[in-house]
Design a protein around this ligand. Structure first.
Ligand SMILES: C[S@@+](CC[C@H](N)C(=O)[O-])C[C@H]1O[C@@H](n2cnc3c(N)ncnc32)[C@H](O)[C@@H]1O
Length: 264
């Protein structure tokens, strides 16, 4: 499967978000089958539960938690809603419709996470699992600052982001006839962007998928009064220890993508 470089993509002239919204509408039940189980890449609910454990164990019952790019709400919003007041946001009408049915205890909003606004300090935690990797890269740095603002000081931000850098459209993803858009920086760039947006990186873990993978970041919001530029890390993976000078945005025309977005 070839990822067309963004500049030359036939979708460039149309609206990226409009096309992506339609694609996720078409792919909702391919990505999360009605009878649940793992996603097409083998990620089980138990894996999500491990990722969410710091939040489930560390926040008081009833805390407000935001799930950005929540999909059907299964499994993340559903797991969180056993304990918290959960708000989910997704670009796809179909995803949101299913989420409202599958997770009746949470509230779901159909919106673009890069455009939606919440109050300052409204949430005790924000999660974004495999979703920011679909937001155009130019929107991501301001978006991280928004997330920081929506969190109370010390609030958690858990995100699955890119491991390698990719930007472009892919035809035939999951055997479908709709195009899928990927846009993400590499893990070192995300470390830098998260730190400068006001997050302390507590853990960083490579999440393998076949011969690719993504990067899971567990962070907490530093108080606004603290200066940015440093972070302490307990790294779960080998990547991301070195500062990168600039984001490396790819791919070239012939880069081949494996799964949710990793160039191979
Ligand atoms: C790979 S799915 C992940 C869904 C869910 N987080 C999970 O882990 O099962 C990506 C989701 O992000 C949503 N998404 C993509 N771009 C978005 C945007 N700009 N705003 C809100 N949601 C977005 C898609 O509609 C899709 O439901």
């Amino acid at each position: 499967m070839v990822v067309a470089p963004f500049e030359s993509s036939q979708h460039r002239t149309g609206s990226t978000k409009k096309t992506l919204r339609e694609s996720w509408n078409a792919l909702s039940s391919v990505y999360r089958r009605p009878h649940e189980g793992a996603d097409p890449f083998g990620h089980e609910e138990g894996e999500y539960l491990e990722w969410l454990r710091p939040l489930l164990g560390g926040l008081p019952v009833g805390s407000k938690v935001l799930d950005l790019g929540c999909g059907t709400g299964v499994p993340a919003s559903r797991l969180l809603s056993t304990k918290f007041d959960v708000r989910g946001v997704d670009l796809s009408d179909v995803m949101v419709r299913r989420a409202r049915r599958l997770v009746p205890g949470a509230n779901f909003l159909r919106a673009d996470m890069a455009a939606v606004q919440f109050d300052e300090g409204e949430f005790a935690a924000v999660i974004a699992l495999y979703s920011i990797i679909h937001v155009p890269i130019a929107e991501q740095r301001p978006f991280f600052r928004n997330v920081r603002r929506w969190l109370r000081p010390g609030g958690w931000f858990l995100a699955v982001l890119g491991h390698g850098a990719v930007e472009g459209w892919e035809e035939g993803w999951l055997g479908s006839e709709v195009p899928m858009y990927w846009s993400h920086a590499d893990a070192r760039t995300y470390r830098r962007w998260l730190t400068s947006a006001g997050f302390e990186i507590l853990a960083q873990t490579f999440v393998p998928e076949r011969d690719g993978g993504h990067e899971l970041f567990l962070t907490r919001a530093r108080p606004f009064s603290e200066s940015s530029g440093s972070s302490s890390t307990h790294s779960g993976g080998a990547m991301g220890q070195t500062k990168s000078a600039r984001p490396e945005i790819g791919p070239g025309p012939s880069r081949v993508r494996d799964r949710r977005g990793e160039a191979t």
